[in-house]
Each structure stands twice: as C-alpha cells, then as structure tokens.
Design a protein around this ligand. Sequence first.
Ligand code: FE
Length: 229
Amino acid sequence: MDLQALYKIGYGVYIVCSRQGDRFNGQIANTFFQITSEPPTVAVSINKKNLTHEFITASKVFTASVLAQDTPLSFIGQFGFKSGRDLNKLENVQYKMGVTGAPAVLENAVCYVEVKVIKEIDVGTHTIFIGEVAGAEVVSNKATMTYEYYHLVKRGSTPKNAPSYIAPEKKEEAPKMDKYECKVCGYIYDPALGDPDGGIKPGTAFTDLPETWVCPVCGAGKEEFEKAG
Ligand code: FE
C-alpha cells in the first residue's frame, strides 16, 4: 500500500468558523465538500481536539470560507497553527456575521457558505458534520487555492510553471545556501525562494534574515528553526 496516493487527492483550503455563545473561532480545513444539491447539503471533517469542534458541537452551526490562491501564508498560519484557546483568531480579520450567528471570513475569500448541522458522524479522531446550506455568497472572482498549490508553490518545492520558479542557470551562480525548517509547523525556508510575503528577496541566506523575521506560516521566531537535512 502506498499512502502517497492519498496526497494526490485534490482539495481546497478553507477557513471553517463557528461560535459558542458570544465566542468565535476559526480554523483551516481542507475537507469541506458538497454532498447533495437538492437540497444543498455540505459536510466538513473536523478534528475532535480542535476548539472549532467544540464550538460546532455546541452551536450546530458553522461557516466555510473558500480561500483565494493569492492568500498570504501568514494569514493561513494564523488560523492553521495557532489555537483559539490562546487568542481571538478573528481579531483584525475582515468577516461578517452570517444568518446562523457564526462569523464568515471575507478576507482572502472567494466565497463563503453558511451551514446548519443536521447530522454528525463520529469517525474516531474526527467528526464529520453534515449540514444544510443556510446562506452563501460569492466574494471575489479570484482563483481558488488548492491544497496542492498551497504545498507545492507556497511552501517551497516549486514547479517550473510557477511564478516563483528560478531557472537552474541562475541558481548555479548563487553560492549554495542551506534550507532551514521550522520546528513548530514544518515550513521550510528555502533561500532560493526567499519569503516574498514577508518582503524577503530570493537569494537571501537564512542567516541574513533580520532577527525580527518570523515563520510565514506559524509566526515562530528564527530560533525555532534548524537546518533542514
Ligand atoms: Fe512555522
């Protein structure tokens, strides 16, 4: 059995939000999908350890915002690698209150869908929440980010047709520089790519990054990085 096969499944990148009382939370999910069209029904799979799981279980409502391809890594990192138990993830994020009373993130979204949960399926580590669509709106005409794009283009190993790809000749001229890995989230800093979202030009060695530089995905400081083998 080759589990690599599972990585070939196509997904998007979504922010799923819910509420509990007057508290809001949101998280990154890649498993949000439509099940039926009559009536419009969707589902999402959420890890039981997540605060969003607690909120959806309590309120029976959630929203899913579909992220655009040009969403900065730092924005995804804010929802993906930090816990809502430690901070209000929606602070300083543009969102609207949906008809369900749960927030729907508008920033970097191409659309959002609001959902009322009608069924929950316990699948061990996760719960699949199935619900009817209570509201939906298209926010922009930008391309949708796929999970593959997020991993291949945004995180380092770069396909030739990507805008950030650097031709081999150019690469050979530059001195060989080490890649560094974030111990918190696994992000790889590749000097050949730099960190365009963070204003770091391609060709910048890790050791030359300013001390104020942080992991574009999870916000960890330079000291959390170690040389990638
Ligand atoms: Fe990180």
